[in-house]
Design a protein around this ligand. Structure first.
Ligand code: AMP
Length: 186
């Protein structure tokens, strides 16, 4: 099973991805997590990504595509994966398609988790208080939402045209949402 998760910040992609990876026995690759690790271990990529992330902006496409091109070729990805937070722009989606073509693979589904704006802000502010993530402050949250609307939302149509889009209501109990997604994917 090869899945892409799209959806605005706070929709619950990370939470659901963690649960689905166990269910489908596939790797969960969160580019936000990967980038935070790169920052914590002081790599060149981390150094380049840091300013963009703290400012609520996207890290440049070529950096993400290079990283994911390497990552998706590793052994643990051969049985399937769930991409959480990647692709985030049309060039990334096109780049991912080229990587997949090269690997003789294709995506099974792109899942769009949805939630209304008030709920998203409520969750992100709460997460900011708990996690201490630098980019979960109200100002940066607003910026990340705008970036999502401008650069990531067009992916919904991109995957709809490929006829692999599945839209899921991301409001409700965490376990109910997981069940909803599994039902739609199997
Ligand atoms: P996330 O944990 O998915 O909310 O990602 C946190 C931050 O990491 C984002 O606001 C971006 O700055 C950066 N990031 C994560 N994934 C990507 C991506 N696919 N393209 C560009 N930037 C990304």
């Amino acid at each position: 099973m090869r899945l892409v998760f799209i959806g605005p910040p706070g929709a619950g992609k990370g939470t659901q991805a963690e649960r689905l990876k166990t269910h489908f026995k596939i790797v969960h690759l969160s580019t936000g997590y990967i980038l935070r690790e790169e920052i914590n271990t002081n790599t060149g990529l981390g150094e380049k990504a840091k300013t963009f992330m703290n400012d609520g902006q996207l890290v440049p496409d070529d950096l993400l595509l290079e990283k994911m091109n390497n990552r998706l070729r590793q052994d643990d990805c051969m049985e399937g994966y769930l991409l959480d937070g990647f692709p985030r722009t049309l060039p990334q989606a096109q780049g991912l398609d080229s990587i997949l073509e090269d690997l003789n693979q294709s995506l099974d589904r792109a899942v769009n988790l949805t939630a209304d704006n008030d709920e998203l802000i409520r969750r992100l502010v709460l997460r900011g208080q708990k996690s201490g993530r630098d980019d979960d402050s109200p100002d940066v949250i607003r910026k990340r939402q705008q970036v999502y609307r401008d650069q990531t939302a067009p992916l919904i149509d991109y995957y709809r045209r490929q006829q692999i889009l599945t839209e899921v209501n991301g409001i409700g109990k965490i376990s109910e949402i997981t069940d909803r997604i599994i039902k739609l994917l199997t």
